[in-house]
Design a protein around this ligand. Structure first.
Ligand SMILES: *[C@@H]1O[C@H](CO)[C@@H](O)[C@H](O)[C@H]1NC(C)=O
Ligand SMILES: *[C@@H]1O[C@H](CO)[C@@H](O)[C@H](O)[C@H]1NC(C)=O
Ligand SMILES: *[C@@H]1O[C@H](CO)[C@@H](O)[C@H](O)[C@H]1NC(C)=O
Ligand SMILES: *[C@@H]1O[C@H](CO)[C@@H](O)[C@H](O)[C@H]1NC(C)=O
Ligand SMILES: *[C@@H]1O[C@H](CO)[C@@H](O)[C@H](O)[C@H]1NC(C)=O
Ligand SMILES: *[C@@H]1O[C@H](CO)[C@@H](O)[C@H](O)[C@H]1NC(C)=O
Ligand SMILES: *[C@@H]1O[C@H](CO)[C@@H](O)[C@H](O)[C@H]1NC(C)=O
Ligand SMILES: *[C@@H]1O[C@H](CO)[C@@H](O)[C@H](O)[C@H]1NC(C)=O
Length: 623
């Protein structure tokens, strides 16, 4: 692989087909080249030119560099409408760490005086599901406790109701972080690092830079490390987060601890169990939790998986006071943004743990801000910025590894890791190695190994970091990831592999038409047996690209070629992206990975429940 080869191919890479769909992914960021030029990666600093055009450029993987603010992309960036929670009526109460407090400035919106209002609160909590029930059961205390201007709360989750003249004037939900018996009172010596994982669903690395520049800039200021080659291993959230949390693929999970969607997840070994065993307090929580990781068309857990679990609060809160529903999510709970409620909870959690000197492992995931709309995350930039800044300013990152991450939005999600400064100094080798891996191909399996390493942060000595005995498909970010690593080595399905070069080819050529017809046939075949879905036909090929693998021998032999097509079908105008492998001699076509739907299907597939097929089905009744 000579330099000449790179030069020839670069220009063709800069044009990306997916603009139409808003799949603004795939691009590699101009920012990193500036901000990360300090990264001491030897083989690149020798010749800057070598880097031009690539974000990852190793013998095993090349990922093209692209400008997130490219002219083609810029026109798709816009500020969406700001949701008006509760039709603009403000919340009557707010909460702090321990209390709910009347907000006097909100009173005018309620047309009442304090003395006229009758308010009471009652606790609610998770109830263990029985037999085949879904894990979304809650129960309320019978007793509604009266109060007026403020009240100290010892419960975890509460509902507040205020009436006037026997009609409900105000209903709200608040969550708290009381200490629990289960919160280990063990003090581990020396005090280990907390692990705080915060996810933002469906945001690529480049879109994060476009949407949340203030947040990104802040994380750069605290010298967090951004992994530039973090490539997803499979299609959507679940199969990309299971590797992080369990180290297993979806199939391995199925064969080891979770036989089917009818089973609970209790038997699976989530990483938080290891932390629990070491005496950490554990927490897990999502917003939009009706479509949560373990709940969307799945049963959830029988026993609560972590000491603290926010989902049960969120589920009930969205059900009772959710508003401003758009596409798949409630944007507001009462007068508050749903994502803000989650951030407030995370803040309460980390403050409480730090105050009580309890080490913790926490995994939080927000979807309400970023799901469905590429431009919505920008509405949360200030809030995320303020949130991270307040954690930092109040010292809550002093002893915490912060992992801010996403999954998918196609292939390259973001992962940003912040380590406490004293730790970076004391464990310099580990930190330098993490920095070196910024420009290596990395995966969710690696993140899992990293979490395993963080279980014993004081063992990450030079000898440990440099050890050579690793055999698993995952590498901790605290050990050098081989530059020879290919997608195959890293267990990244070929369809999701970004380590490729691609050439735009004539979308009217015989071979492209043949391959596109095959794709539609394949979709129709998938829909066979679902009489309610219309047979699709090919309307047009929007874009066709010939992929060439970093493994040149495949290409050289010229027997296998991967075509990545964007096609439009009718009825319904579905836009799909598919990678099809065509081999000659024998002549064979096959779909690689899964077919992605690039535009929204909305109500088109309401006649079918299978969530894979929803992507394809156009209900006949709409014809
Ligand atoms: C919360 O608010 C209550 C009532 O105003 C106050 O007494 C308490 O000090 C506040 N707690 C914190 C941690 O700010
Ligand atoms: C109190 O209400 C006012 C007006 O509704 C709002 O601007 C303010 O942020 C609220 N204060 C708190 C602490 O929630
Ligand atoms: C308060 O009164 C005004 C005027 O009577 C009315 O328009 C408004 O809807 C009332 N607000 C509430 C929250 O009842
Ligand atoms: C966090 O670290 C900073 C700088 O070392 C120090 O000034 C501050 O007191 C620490 N805060 C806490 C809560 O430990
Ligand atoms: C970490 O280090 C301690 C003390 O040196 C040792 O006992 C322990 O086995 C190590 N743990 C791992 C997982 O390497
Ligand atoms: C492919 O064919 C369509 C319709 O005949 C035409 O509009 C389009 O320009 C052609 N594209 C190329 C790249 O030749
Ligand atoms: C569905 O479309 C395919 C082409 O993709 C065609 O071969 C097949 O005959 C059609 N089936 C029906 C039932 O119309
Ligand atoms: C490259 O592809 C060839 C042919 O399929 C295969 O034999 C070889 O193992 C691959 N090499 C790597 C490094 O993936």
């Amino acid at each position: 692989m000579g330099l000449d080869e790179f030069k020839v191919r670069v220009p063709s890479l800069l044009w990306i087909p997916l603009l139409i769909s808003g799949a603004l992914l795939f691009f590699v960021d101009v920012f990193q080249l500036q901000y990360y030029s300090r990264v001491p990666v030897k083989e690149f600093s020798l010749d800057q030119k070598y880097l031009t055009g690539f974000t990852i450029n190793t013998p095993g993987c090349r990922i093209p560099y692209m400008d997130p603010f490219d002219e083609h992309i810029k026109k798709f960036i816009e500020t969406p409408e700001v949701p008006k929670c509760n039709k603009g009526i403000p919340a009557l109460f707010y909460s702090n760490l321990t209390s709910i407090v009347l907000n006097y400035s909100s009173l005018p919106s309620y047309n009442v005086t304090v003395s006229e209002l009758k308010c009471c609160y009652k606790a609610f909590w998770r109830v263990e599901p029985k037999n085949d029930e879904h894990d979304n059961k809650i129960d309320y205390s019978e007793n509604c406790i009266k109060f007026s201007e403020s009240v100290n709360i010892a419960d975890e989750f509460i509902q507040v109701v205020c009436t006037y003249d026997n009609s409900i004037k105000y209903k709200d939900m608040f969550s708290f972080v009381p200490l629990k018996d289960t919160s280990a009172k063990v003090t581990i010596n020396p005090r280990p690092l907390n692990v705080l994982m915060i996810g933002l669903d469906a945001v690529s690395r480049l879109n994060l830079h476009r949407q949340m520049p203030k947040t990104v800039h802040f994380l750069q200021e605290i010298e967090a490390v951004e992994l530039l080659g973090y490539n997803k291993v499979a299609d959507n959230t679940f199969p990309n987060l299971m590797p992080v949390l369990t180290g297993m693929t979806e199939n391995e999970l199925t064969s080891s601890c979770w036989p089917s969607t009818k089973h609970y997840f209790d038997k699976c070994h989530f990483i938080w169990k290891d932390y629990k065993e070491k005496g950490y307090v554990t927490a897990y929580g999502e917003d939009s939790s009706w479509m949560g990781l373990f709940n969307y068309q799945r049963r959830g857990f029988q026993k609560q998986p972590t000491d603290y679990a926010y989902n049960y609060f969120n589920r009930n809160s969205e059900k009772e006071i959710g508003n401003c529903h758009k596409m798949n999510v409630y944007q507001c709970e009462g007068a508050r943004y749903v994502y803000n409620d989650l951030l407030d909870y995370i803040k309460k959690f980390s403050v409480t743990m730090d105050k009580n000197n309890l080490p913790y492992f926490a995994f939080f995931w927000g979807a309400s801000l970023s799901h469905d709309y590429l431009n919505k995350p920008r509405l949360g930039d200030d809030n995320y910025y303020n949130f991270f800044k307040s954690l930092q300013d109040e010292g809550h990152l002093n002893n915490t590894v912060l992992i801010f991450m996403s999954r998918m939005e196609e292939r390259l999600p973001f992962v940003i890791i912040s380590l406490p400064k004293w730790y970076r100094i004391q464990y310099q080798r580990a930190y330098k190695t993490l920095e070196r891996n910024v420009r290596r191909l990395t995966t969710p399996f690696d993140l899992h190994e990293t979490l395993r390493d963080l279980l014993h942060p004081f063992n990450l000595t030079d000898e440990y970091v440099d050890r050579e005995d690793r055999k698993s498909r995952g590498y901790s970010f605290f050990s050098e990831i081989p530059s020879k690593r290919t997608c195959e080595d890293a267990a990244i399905e070929s369809h999701w592999c970004t380590c490729q070069q691609s050439l735009e080819i004539d979308q009217n050529s015989t071979v492209v038409v043949e391959v596109a017809d095959y794709a539609v046939e394949y979709i129709n075949f998938e829909l066979e047996g679902y009489a309610q879905c219309a047979n699709l036909s090919l309307e047009e090929v929007l874009n066709a690209r010939l992929m060439t693998h970093s493994n040149n021998s495949i290409v050289a032999e010229n027997t296998i070629k991967d075509y990545m097509l964007t096609i439009r079908t009718s009825p319904g105008d579905g836009i799909f992206e598919v990678t099809i492998r065509r081999s000659v001699n024998p002549n064979k076509l096959g779909v690689m990975g899964t077919i992605s739907r690039l535009n929204l299907y909305g109500k088109q597939s309401s006649c079918i429940t299978d969530f894979h097929l929803k992507l394809y089905c156009y209900c006949k009744k709409l014809l």
